[in-house]
Design a protein around this ligand. Structure first.
Ligand code: NAD
Length: 351
């Protein structure tokens, strides 16, 4: 069970330290090896995704990542930016399916900016395609045209790419509430008309799943208005990027939400849904729970260690019930703790 550990930038190293402690406490023979990624990797090697890291991620069964990025690297040319490291891993390992649960823990119902009665019991899974779409489409760039600069990108999806992510989403829906909402912008974008057509064709192979379609602007609205109508949502890379962040805020804190990015063989990269939070980096106040829960997803999806995954998830529920809160989910009367103390609490709750 070989795990490539990539702490990354900003709060990455702080939250990763807690996830590693939790994994170690399980007493399994994990082989964990650390490597550089993102801005820190660029500073050390001139490359946000160095060759040594590439080798390690290829050899590992799973990759556990903190976060990458920060303002000090924002002015770099695009191919040197920290995010290139992330996109590079996703592409290199063919991690095409991003699974992002948005679950509202009852103890945190008040942390949501929405009314508790709108979000209580929320349990959505967003399945986002991760290796295609306008983020990777060619041609792309900025060129001179008629004496001014013109920026352009290309939204592109092949039928096989749509089918591949469609299967992941339909199968996920089969294991949950059997409802799948496919999100597109078919009224404007031909590419997403194809997306809708292919999803509709695929629905015939999954008669037990109720497929619906929604335009992305409406989906953004419905997520705020009546989010519990959704079970599983499937969408392309760009719309999924935005909607999954929106869904995560329904739960009160992006610091609580894990994610998995999988290939065809259960190899995966696991990471919190949030970024590197440069505003709080190095202060020891970041919420490590999203990273700890990402480690739990890794145990479930890559290593098939369902009991260990649940042991961690139950410990997280327990520390919330006990009143432990990092600043991002703090409410009056709770026990405010920092990153490491939250890790300690999870370890204690694991028994
Ligand atoms: P962000 O998610 O880093 O931060 C948004 C807000 O949420 C901030 O106020 C931050 O303090 C807070 N926050 C995030 N994670 C938290 C945690 N675990 N505990 C407590 N509070 C937390 O998003 P951003 O500010 O838009 O981006 C910051 C940097 O992260 C940028 O360089 C961006 O490119 C990068 N980024 C990286 C990833 C990734 O590594 N997967 C994802 C998104 C953004």
């Amino acid at each position: 069970m070989k795990i490539c550990v990539l702490p990354g930038d900003g709060i990455g190293p702080e939250i990763m330290a807690e996830a590693v402690r939790v994994l170690q406490a399980l007493g399994r023979p994990f082989e964990m090896e650390e490597a550089l990624i993102g801005g820190g990797a660029f500073d050390a090697t001139g490359d946000p995704f160095p060759e040594a890291t590439r080798q390690l991620t290829r050899e590992a069964d799973a990759v556990l990542l903190g976060a990458v990025g920060g303002p000090q690297w924002d002015a770099l040319p695009r191919e040197k930016r920290p995010e290139r490291g992330l996109l590079g891993i996703r592409k290199d390992l063919s991690l095409f399916a991003n699974l992002r649960p948005a679950i509202l823990y009852p103890e945190l119902a008040d942390a949501s900016t929405l009314k508790a009665e709108v979000v209580a019991g929320l349990d959505i899974l967003i399945v986002r395609e991760l290796t295609g779409d306008i983020y990777f489409g060619q041609p792309r760039g900025v060129r001179e045209e008629n004496g001014e600069r013109v920026g352009f990108n290309t939204m592109v999806y092949s039928e096989s790419e749509i089918r591949r992510i469609g299967h992941v989403a339909f199968r996920a829906a089969q294991k949950r509430g059997k409802r799948l909402c496919s999100v597109d912008k078919m009224n404007v974008l031909e590419c997403t008309q194809l997306w809708r057509d292919v999803m509709t064709e695929m629905a015939r192979d999954y008669p037990d799943v109720e497929l619906s379609h929604m335009l992305v602007d409406n989906a953004a609205m419905q997520l705020v208005k009546a989010p519990r109508q959704f079970d599983v949502m499937v969408t392309g890379n760009m719309f999924g990027d935005i909607l999954s962040d929106e869904a995560s805020m329904l739960t009160g804190s992006i610091g609580m939400l894990p994610s998995a990015s999988l290939d065809d063989n259960n190899k995966g990269m696991y990471e919190p849904s949030h970024g590197s939070a440069p505003d709080i980096a190095g202060k020891g106040v970041a919420n490590p729970l999203a990273t700890i829960l990402s480690a739990a997803m890794m145990l479930r999806y890559t290593f098939n260690l369902e009991d260990d995954a649940q042991r961690i998830e139950n410990a997280v529920k327990k520390v919330l019930a006990q009143g432990y809160r990092t600043g991002d989910i703090y409410e009056r009367g709770a026990n405010k703790v920092g990153t490491q103390a939250m890790g300690d609490a999870v370890l204690a709750a694991m028994g």
